[in-house]
Design a protein around this ligand. Structure first.
Ligand code: SAM
Ligand code: CA
Length: 222
């Protein structure tokens, strides 16, 4: 026993999954089909999807932002966790990957909840602000190009309502954040944003060591 977060061995991880993961068969199928793709490691883990679904239910989210769709796993977790009138604005640049996502969203009966916008996410978010949508989203998931995370964070802070949540994925970046010999642009961007969020008095924060590290930020001002 210890008062720090436990190290997960493979066996302990398997145990955790065996007593907690309740992945619906369709999500499992999407994950298996995605695993044939060479970029499959980009997909969130199923336990992370389940965790985010609980957050979405807890705050009663009805409007969410998804920045980085890929084959649609996290977006489908979000859509399934929201009530029938829930709506997601989903941003990505890749038509091929998101075509696969759309297939699964349709099969799950949630396609009407998801407004997929193809194009740079910064432009999509900027347009939402121009259209007067500030303070109107309950939840945002940031999981696209790491160099633009800070930009997405700032846009999301404007678009999410006070008391709303922003979840940022890959904040531990496979452990690279603590390796001083790794100084590529993605790693530097994540390090800088982690430091910035730590000091950011506009939000409450928690870095959850699930998957590759997930920072949960709550916008203050309720
Ligand atoms: N959340 C997804 C899931 O659960 O499977 C994984 C997202 S993947 C890590 C990152 C995605 O961001 C890719 O699908 C990529 O096409 C997209 N992307 C990269 N640059 C982008 C940009 N500038 N604007 C919007 N999407 C972008
Ligand atoms: Ca990710």
């Amino acid at each position: 026993m210890s008062n720090r977060t436990i190290n997960l061995t493979d066996q302990l991880y398997d145990y955790m999954i065996s007593v907690s993961l309740r992945e619906p068969p369709l999500l499992e199928r999407l994950r298996k089909e995605t695993s044939a793709n060479e970029m499959a490691r980009m997909q969130i883990s199923p336990e992370q999807g389940q965790f985010m679904a609980i957050l979405i239910k807890l705050i009663g989210a009805r409007r969410t932002l998804e920045i980085g769709v890929y084959t649609g796993y996290s977006c489908l977790c979000t859509a399934l966790a929201m009530p029938g009138d829930g709506r997601i604005v989903a941003c990505d640049t890749d038509e091929g990957w998101t075509d696969m996502a759309k297939r699964y969203w349709k099969e799950a009966g949630v396609a009407d909840k998801i407004d997929l916008v193809l194009g740079p996410a910064s432009k999509t978010l900027e347009k939402l602000i121009e259209n007067g949508q500030e303070d109107s989203f309950d939840f945002a998931f940031i999981d696209a190009d790491k160099e633009n995370y800070d930009l997405y964070y700032e846009y999301c802070l404007r678009l999410v309502r006070p008391g709303g949540l922003i979840a940022l994925d890959n904040v531990l970046w496979g452990g690279s954040v603590i390796d001083p010999s790794i100084n590529d642009a993605d790693t530097e961007a994540i390090r800088a944003l982690n430091r910035k969020i730590y000091r950011d008095t506009r939000v409450d924060i928690s870095l959850v060591p699930i998957s590759d590290g997930l920072t949960i930020v709550m916008k203050q001002g309720l």
